[in-house]
Design a protein around this ligand. Structure first.
Ligand SMILES: [Zn+2]
Length: 555
């Protein structure tokens, strides 16, 4: 997801009219934690079939969720997450059972089940307070948009609400016919329902996502949206179809804005398909929505903030970021929240890879300089590691560590092992974990395999401890050696780092040459730069290509 203006928006909302949701949310988030233990051990939801009846007005829904469950260890009780709503009945293998209910859980007796697979049906209803954002917009239009990150799906979907439990999902939504219903996956059915006297006409819409996805990415939209077809592109690179179908859904008054920045949607999908693997889902829709984030990467249906559309300011970088998540975050999902950089760091860096491809090297480098400055200024970078297992408030993980420093770590990994090994490693990491979940060590092993290098030290120094390198550089010309001798002193605040460092030397004739030296993790190192020079150089520049996450000062 993208955070633009999120923090200030959340603060202003918490101060204002929807204070209840803001107050209750961190409690739910903290309860889940980021611990190393499986969320619901021995339980695996395979499929959700969710049927929702949406109202003409108001926030009250009727729901029926059928979960296909497999368990690996026998247990007396199955625990599902569902906050607030009334549970009317629970069936196990189609037979009613006596369940118990807390404010946030449903406890379902399962002692009598024979075998390791069974179905659970939950009928539920009530006023939705969060997760499915139902509201009337400034034009008086009733709208509903799912917005689940990180664990708000439980406010409207009976679920094992954790990214580690991925499942396929079928959405069946009955809603007033003026509302377009869009969801994950492929459109299976759009059928007008028989008219009932005195009520507005209603339509049944069914979408099916055939790939397993995490609950935080399961959404519907129901709003008076119009569809703008971007067409089929990325032909020959799609996983499901010869071409990737993309479209944009907006309110009617925004139609003349299109395609606008979404003209980039096709080349973005094409680039990422080439760099990683075919697009992993049935289609990709981009929607004007009510997400609290700048953008949210729901599988096959990216939701963008309404405000960005109204300002006609949806950025190409935002589209690239959310689209990159379809591979990283959505298809390969972090198994624990503490590894969320595997989602946000990748999306941040891949947005820059699109800049590199579409605008060129100098724009790419300028962005990396800007992002490096953000990292160096961020208090959380100085105090906490990227993989932050101590953080229990999940919202706090949406920070400069997960996004910018995670992205920069990928950039340094690419510099360290080279383009070919980097992208081969990313591809093998992706293909090994696609439609499943991963830890940072899965990425490490994949790039170790593609590069033939041991990389434990690299991941430890950049992701498992706070900070960045603080370097003081100096050089002298050694006439006897005919070489520049560089001295790199490292600050003590975050300890010493090991990294390759490119040195650009402009010789006496004005010709620039480059060499890369290996800087060890020591307080100070003096290294002869392997370029023969006939005379003292005119100038020496360190890290000219912006490849080290460091502050530089010269002595
Ligand atoms: Zn993101």
């Amino acid at each position: 997801m993208t955070l633009s203006r999120f923090r200030s928006a959340l603060l202003s909302r918490c101060a204002g009219r929807i204070a209840v949701a803001c107050l209750t949310f961190p409690v739910a988030a903290a309860a889940q934690g980021a611990g190393p233990h499986p969320y619901r051990p021995g339980v695996d939801v395979i499929d959700y079939a969710i049927t929702l009846d949406l109202p003409d007005r108001g926030t009250s829904i009727d729901g029926r969720a059928v979960l296909a469950i497999r368990r690996s260890v026998p247990a007396d009780t199955l625990v599902l997450d569902l906050v607030g709503l009334r549970v009317d009945t629970v069936l196990v293998n189609d037979r009613a059972v006596a369940f118990t209910r807390t404010d946030s859980l449903i406890r379902i007796p399962t002692a009598r089940i024979v075998g390791d697979s069974f179905s659970v049906t939950v009928r539920y209803s009530g006023e939705v307070k969060d997760g499915l954002i139902i509201r009337t917009d400034s034009a008086g239009r009733w709208t509903a948009f799912g917005d689940n990150w990180p664990n708000r799906a439980r406010n409207w979907i009976p679920s094992v609400d954790h990214p580690s439990d991925k499942a396929t999902v079928t959405w069946t939504v009955r809603a007033p016919s003026q509302r377009k219903v869009v969801a994950n996956g492929e459109l299976m059915e759009e059928t007008p329902l028989p008219a009932r006297a005195g009520t507005a006409p209603r339509t049944l819409t069914r979408w099916r996502e055939a790939r397993p996805i995490s609950p935080y990415l399961m959404v519907i939209a129901a709003a008076p949206l119009v569809q703008y077809e971007l067409g089929r592109d990325g032909c020959g690179v799609g996983e499901f179809d010869a071409c990737v179908r993309q479209s944009v859904y907006v309110y009617p008054e925004m139609r003349d804005y299109l395609p606008g920045p979404f003209a980039h949607a096709a080349p973005i999908v094409r680039l990422f398909s080439e760099l990683v693997a075919p697009f992993p889902y049935e289609k990709l829709a981009h929607l004007q929505s009510s997400t609290r984030f700048g953008g949210m990467e729901n599988v096959g249906a990216i939701f963008y903030s309404d405000a960005a559309f109204k300002r006609r300011a949806v950025g190409t970088g935002l589209i690239a970021h959310e689209t990159a998540h379809q591979w990283f975050g959505d298809a390969v999902t972090e198994r624990e929240w503490s590894h969320v950089w595997l989602s946000e760091g990748f999306a941040t860096y891949f947005a820059e890879l699109y800049v590199e491809r579409s605008e060129g090297d100098s724009a790419f480098r300028a962005n990396l300089v800007r992002i490096r400055e953000q990292i160096i200024k961020a208090p959380e970078v100085a105090s906490r590691p990227v993989i932050d297992t101590a953080q229990t408030n999940l919202m706090e993980l949406l920070n400069t560590n997960s996004y910018q420093k995670g992205g920069w770590t990928l950039h340094m990994l690419r510099s360290l092992v080279g383009d070919s090994a980097f992208f081969r490693g990313l591809r093998s990491y992706y293909l090994a974990n696609r439609h499943s979940t991963a830890f940072t060590d899965d990425l490490r092993r994949a790039v170790e395999g593609s590069s033939g290098q041991s990389l434990g030290w690299f991941f430890d120094q950049w992701l498992r401890r706070p900070g960045f390198a603080e370097l003081t550089t100096s050089w002298r010309y050694d006439a006897a050696q005919r070489r520049v001798v560089a001295t790199i002193a490292q600050g003590t605040r975050f300890g010493a780092y090991r990294f390759p460092l490119t040195v650009a030397i402009t010789d006496a004739s004005g010709r620039e040459r480059r060499a890369t030296i290996s800087v060890p993790a020591t307080a100070s190192s003096t290294i002869s730069v392997p370029l023969d020079l006939d005379a003292a150089p005119r100038s020496v520049a360190f890290d000219p290509d912006v490849r080290v996450l460091a502050t530089f000062s010269s002595r």
